[in-house]
Design a protein around this ligand. Structure first.
Ligand SMILES: NC(=O)c1ccc[n+]([C@@H]2O[C@H](COP(=O)([O-])OP(=O)(O)OC[C@H]3O[C@@H](n4cnc5c(N)ncnc54)[C@H](OP(=O)(O)O)[C@@H]3O)[C@@H](O)[C@H]2O)c1
Length: 330
């Protein structure tokens, strides 16, 4: 398995495994025993970087990841996230964010229990809290690092000024934000700032929440609890228009004897050597397919073909519902 280095020395497999969809966001939770087996199998295939969050469930995804990885804890790295206003006892979502330092520290202790571990390898703020200066958040994580409970600090969907301010208090190892051929917002300024500061980048939804795999079209129906029902770019009309994007990827994939999912992931890996996508799946055969992207080298000609193809495609529909977009710094 090829590895990559995030920020100030977090050495991870070139692709991580996004675990959210095993418990939340994409319909009913998947079978627990199967997910535990799949995570352990992912490690057998060389994956060392697992992504979860307090908010996935809430709590149940951290519980699941903790149970799965406990026997192989020293062979893997666990990233989790704090920052939504969730009651630590009941799991009730109060709405909005909460990165007050005392809450961040309590969330860390609760996550350590659920993850069945004594350290969180990478602790991201899930969304920037408009009510708490980022310096205070970075200071709270700095304290957790000093105590050994957390190893590295991360931010998710933060704007570049927030990243700079946080990094001045506690070096940021990785920023996790959406990035894929479906959403190229980070190319405007984020990637340059991360390069300048030496911070790694972890693209979430690297498969465009499944769309870039070519296995979704305008006739696909999602479970009622699937978040894509509320996402503008997943409306049937938008999906129909956005198939032009998938066609570009499919053409390159056919020529390379690869799948569209592999091209979508290889494209991300080709953008910078410090990018580590975390595709999510609940299916072992798709995990294997996705990992195949690591050995798919896209040449300058392939990348130029993708760029040229995309120049004629305008992605229709916002990437997230309006209320959720407001919480992002991009
Ligand atoms: N920081 C944040 O705010 C944030 C937000 C969203 C996600 N995340 C993290 O990022 C991870 C990945 O993002 P994501 O899960 O939203 O999106 P994604 O990885 O782009 O796509 C996941 C979807 O694609 C499907 N899929 C995966 N591989 C496939 C393949 N080879 N062929 C066809 N379909 C495939 C999965 O379905 P099956 O399960 O059926 O394969 C699932 O529906 C999450 O698990 C989570 O850890 C973070």
């Amino acid at each position: 398995m090829k590895t990559r280095i995030l920020g100030n020395g977090l050495n991870v497999s070139a692709l991580g495994l996004g675990c959210m969809g095993m418990s939340a966001a994409y319909g009913p939770a998947a079978d627990k025993a199967e997910m535990i087996a799949m995570m352990r199998n992912a490690r057998d295939q060389g994956v060392t970087f697992f992504d979860t969050a307090e908010a996935y469930g809430p709590f149940v995804n951290e519980d699941l990841v903790g149970e799965a990885l406990q026997p192989i804890r020293d062979e893997v790295l666990i990233a989790t996230k704090f920052g939504f206003d969730i009651d630590l006892e009941t799991g009730e979502r109060r709405g909005g964010t909460n990165s007050r330092p005392e809450h961040v520290k309590a969330v860390a202790d609760a996550a350590l229990k659920r993850l069945r571990t004594d350290r969180i390898d990478l602790f991201y703020q899930h969304r920037v809290d408009p009510n708490v200066p980022i310096e205070d958040v970075a200071g709270a994580v700095k304290d957790l690092i000093a105590q050994g409970k957390v190893k590295h600090f991360g931010l998710s969907e933060a704007g570049v000024n927030t990243i700079r301010r946080a990094h001045a208090v506690q070096p940021v190892t990785a920023v996790q934000s959406e990035y894929s051929l479906f959403w190229r917002g980070p190319e405007t300024e984020l990637l340059d700032v991360l390069e300048e500061l030496g911070i790694g980048f972890v693209p979430f939804s690297p498969l465009g929440a499944g769309f870039l795999t070519g296995r979704i079209d305008e006739t696909t129906t999602f479970d009622a609890s699937d978040f894509r029902n509320a996402v503008p770019r997943f409306s049937p009309q938008a999906r129909k228009a956005n198939m032009a994007l998938v066609d570009v990827i499919r053409t390159v994939a056919e020529r390379k004897h690869a799948t569209p999912a592999q091209v979508a992931l290889a494209w991300l890996l080709a953008q910078r050597p410090w990018i580590v996508p975390i595709p999510g799946t609940t299916k072992p055969h798709r995990l294997q397919e996705n990992l195949g992207a690591i050995d798919l080298d896209l040449t300058a000609v392939d990348l130029a073909e993708i760029d040229a193809g995309l120049a004629n495609v305008t992605v229709e529909g916002a990437r997230l519902p309006e209320a959720v977009l407001k919480m992002t710094g991009l």
